[in-house]
Ligand binder design. Structure first.
Ligand SMILES: Cc1cc2nc3c(=O)[nH]c(=O)nc-3n(C[C@H](O)[C@H](O)[C@H](O)COP(=O)(O)OP(=O)(O)OC[C@H]3O[C@@H](n4cnc5c(N)ncnc54)[C@H](O)[C@@H]3O)c2cc1C
Length: 485
């Protein structure tokens, strides 16, 4: 019981929960994060475009607009502290028709109201200078937009929070919450936790968590977005995200093409309201539609470039009939004191995570003073990427540690040493996708065909596990039922 008594419990270890955890680790309080999955980036935070938005899509005066702009401006510092890859590549919203051009002007005006810097309407000739393969009669060019790796970012926030004293409890699904006197009793699939504060950052389940304490007026409407990933061989076709003018009634920003920070290209996402909040299927009709829409902006793309598809689900507060976007809800209700609910944290939630974290801390500080953690260290180190080092440095690394001389993932050039460091990560995660998200092994053209079994062997050896215990990603996702030979 003593160990499970906290000042703050955060439900959900996505990018937002982890950013809140990191902000809270700046203070001398006991904070724990409860996550139902076996890793910290299993839901929406790893299933998106990986774009650091500038803030011109959001309605002026909303929390979305405010936090997006703040998150964008502050990101260089965060990326440096957390040692994560990030590039401010800019973005093009391309228009073809008269209505589109009007739409571009409206977006620019909106952005300027939100204090977005560096927005320009540019001609076809200027589009071609920035992105020779992109089509459009005119475009809105946003120089502040960036790209990042959403897996590494979410993991880095959690690792830094953990290094600063926050406890992460994985495989803890919150099943019930009860207020007893001046604290909360939180029942999970394993033990029961106690806390003076509860932060509901459960993404697609945030409405269900709110209902556990009697807040019934929020409903999340899951809206799926499907994507294609193109091989790095096609990466040189596009170095700057290219979007169409968004349709105001739709649940997303339209089918766009986004270069990933690692040199792939994403096409998507679609926007389709669905009934279940965990149905990550990819469907034939949408796949065909993605190809057609993607080709309108980037005619050069070919089917042979496609290496994988995936989908993410937007936790929308607006239903299909209303369409468009709501605003982030981040509130504490008088009748449920010391519980902050974060609901409808859809796009631009990745961009906004740190400002959201700071806002939540301010809400707590309105009610009690927090003592500064003098030992807080904002710096976290990433696993050194062998493939990005100079030849000389690579030789030195191999000389000192022969594990750098053994390439495990050939497509992405990931060494045994990088895999071993990932297996021994600060959060103690040892699923196969856990290693994939931390190193990019299995994310290349062969999608793990060559290295996946080698990686499972390394997990077995390092963690002293039986083959039957190796889990791909989710609970009960055991990969093997025994040895074949
Ligand atoms: C298709 C798509 C594209 C997007 N593109 C962008 C983009 O380019 N840029 C951008 O800024 N934003 C983008 N977003 C939005 C962004 O991804 C989200 O706003 C953000 O990831 C939300 O983070 P989160 O931590 O709130 O949610 P999540 O990542 O879903 O985290 C919530 C966590 O809570 C856990 N949980 C749920 N229920 C329980 C329970 N009962 N007990 C314990 N744990 C629980 C879940 O397992 C999960 O790990 C996009 C979203 C989608 C779907």
């Amino acid at each position: 019981m003593k160990d499970k008594k906290n000042d703050v419990i955060i439900i959900g270890a996505g990018v937002v929960g982890n950013a809140i955890a990191r902000e809270l680790s700046r203070y001398n309080i006991k904070v724990s994060v409860l996550e139902k999955e076996l890793d910290v980036v299993c839901e929406t935070s790893g299933r998106n475009s990986g774009v650091l938005h500038a803030g011109f899509n959001n309605k002026p005066g909303t929390l979305m607009a405010k936090f997006c702009v703040e998150g964008n401006i502050g990101f260089d510092k965060i990326a440096k502290e957390l040692d994560i890859p990030f590039k401010r590549v800019g973005k093009l919203v391309t228009g073809f028709t008269k209505e589109d051009i009007q739409g571009l002007k409206e977006l620019k005006e909106r952005g300027e109201k939100n204090n977005v810097l560096g927005l320009e309407i540019i001609s076809r000739e200027e589009i071609k200078k920035l992105a020779p393969n992109v089509e459009g009669k005119a475009a809105l060019y946003s120089k502040m937009t960036g790209i990042l790796d959403p897996f590494i970012y979410t993991i880095a926030l959690a690792e830094n929070a953990c290094e600063n004293g926050v406890k992460f409890y994985l495989d803890r699904e919150v099943l019930n919450i009860k207020r007893i006197d001046n604290y909360y009793e939180i029942t999970t699939n394993k033990e029961t936790f106690y806390s003076r504060w509860v932060i509901n950052s459960a993404g697609l389940n945030s409405d269900k968590i709110a209902r556990m304490v009697g807040i019934k007026d929020y409903t999340i409407h899951p809206c799926r977005g499907e994507y294609f990933i193109l091989d790095k061989r096609a990466g040189s076709l596009l170095e700057i995200p290219a979007y169409p003018v968004p349709n105001k009634k739709e649940g997303g920003l339209g089918i766009h093409l986004t270069p990933s920070i690692h040199g792939n290209i994403f096409i998507g996402p679609s926007a389709q309201y669905i009934d279940e909040n965990d149905n990550y299927s990819s469907t034939n009709d949408i796949m065909d539609m993605l190809i057609n829409e993607g080709k309108k902006i980037l005619p050069e793309i070919k089917k042979e470039h496609f290496i994988r598809n995936f989908s993410g689900i937007r936790p929308k507060l607006v239903d299909k009939e209303k369409g468009g976007y709501g605003d982030f809800v981040i509130e504490e209700r008088n009748e449920i004191p010391n519980m902050i609910n974060l609901i409808g944290i859809e796009s631009p939630g990745l961009t906004s995570a740190v400002p959201i974290g700071k806002y939540v801390v301010e809400k707590i500080k309105e009610k009690e003073s927090l003592k500064e953690n003098k030992e807080f260290n904002p710096v976290r180190k990433s696993i050194l990427k062998f493939s990005e080092q100079s030849e000389k440095k690579q030789e030195e690394l191999i000389e000192k540690n022969p594990n750098y001389g053994e390439i495990v993932c050939r497509c992405e050039t990931i060494t045994k040493e990088e895999i071993l460091q990932a297996i021994n990560n600060p959060l103690g995660i040892d699923t196969v996708t856990g290693i994939k998200y931390r190193t990019r092994a299995m994310m290349g053209r062969c999608q793990g065909g060559y290295c996946q079994t080698r990686i499972t062997e390394l997990i077995m050896n390092e963690k002293n596990k039986d083959v039957k215990e190796i889990i791909y990603s989710r609970k009960y996702g055991n990969m093997f039922s025994g040895r074949v030979r």
